[in-house]
Design a protein. Structure first.
Length: 162
């Protein structure tokens, strides 16, 4: 799957699952994951999250460390792993445009001076999903037979985005 197809697949999975585990490296090169709610997915599959500038993850994001986002919906058998870079952004207009009052659970308000956005830009995507219809199952089973491989019961692909 190439180009716009993978972007649409990323947007669909991230939009449906909504919560990603964001993995960063700390100053001791140890990985740390935490759940993050996707607030917006841009047309190019860049994703936006809220954070506080004093949160532990912001130190890891100030450096040029890679970030991994993983999404999983077991019921729908949708799985997505994205590798890329994350950038801290202070933009009051962007904050106001995607603010949701439910966020006051974690942040006192959109006017808080320490409120930041994280912009994640994916560089590589890997996804897994079940075949959605009998025709997809027949197609992928036929493709596996033609390739001398076994049918794995779903879709899987890895794509370099940049």
């Amino acid at each position: 799957m190439k180009g716009n197809n993978i972007i649409e697949k990323i947007r669909a999975i991230a939009g449906e699952v909504k919560i990603a585990m964001m993995t960063t490296l700390n100053e001791n090169n140890r990985m740390r994951s935490r759940p993050m709610q996707v607030m917006q997915v841009d047309d190019d599959a860049a994703m936006w999250f809220f954070t506080d500038e004093f949160a532990g993850k912001t130190d890891a994001l100030r450096t040029d460390n890679p970030v991994v986002l993983t999404f999983a919906d077991r019921e729908k058998e949708l799985y997505l792993s994205l590798t890329g870079r994350a950038y801290l952004v202070k933009d009051e207009q962007k904050i106001a445009s995607i603010w949701n009052p439910v966020l006051t659970t974690w942040f006192p308000g959109k006017e808080k001076n320490s409120l930041l956005m994280i912009k994640f830009v994916p560089e590589k995507a890997e996804y897994w999903s079940k075949a959605q219809s009998i025709w997809e199952k027949v197609f992928y089973a036929g493709r596996a037979i033609a390739a001398g491989d076994s049918y794995k019961g779903g879709l899987h692909d890895t794509v370099e985005l940049n």
